[in-house]
Design a protein. Structure first.
Length: 150
């Protein structure tokens, strides 16, 4: 599969989150062209701020592989990761991050914090944003528009 196809899978995960009245963000982790972990936001379900799609996917991938080193893995996520998730990405040594929509309010890869400009980190993933950006952004904006109407 190519990066657009993987992002389409992440969008499917985001839609599942939306069905559960969660912020529609989906994430998956790929190793050697195989999806090894999938997740979506579950903050409302668990009543916890740390249940972001990226964190959940990283947890699943580490259990699948039996190690916290995800250095050959790629993360696909529908929204640019926040500071917490970026920290988990760096600490788990994920090789490459692909994201859909840019996150002007909380993005910590390029939008608010340029991860690559921080000196002295033990790892710097490759970063590519804007994969199926319009579709990812529309999913989020429509979700919040519906929320405000209710």
């Amino acid at each position: 599969m190519n990066k657009e196809e993987y992002m389409s899978k992440a969008i499917e995960l985001a839609l599942r989150a939306k069905e559960n009245d969660e912020v529609p963000i989906g994430a998956l982790i790929v190793l050697n062209d195989k999806i090894i972990a999938t997740s979506s936001n579950t903050k409302e379900r668990y009543g916890s701020a740390i249940h972001h799609a990226e964190i959940e996917a990283i947890e699943k991938a580490t259990r699948y592989l039996g190690t916290w080193y995800l250095d050959d893995c790629e993360l696909y996520v529908t929204l640019e990761p926040c500071m917490m998730c970026t920290g988990a990405i760096v600490n788990s040594r994920i090789k490459k991050v692909y994201f859909g929509a840019y996150n002007p309010k909380g993005g910590a890869l390029v939008s608010n914090i340029n991860l690559l400009s921080i000196k002295g980190l033990n790892h710097y993933p490759l970063i590519e944003g804007g994969i199926k950006e319009e579709e990812c952004a529309k999913l989020l904006s429509e979700f919040f528009k519906e929320k405000r109407k209710r």
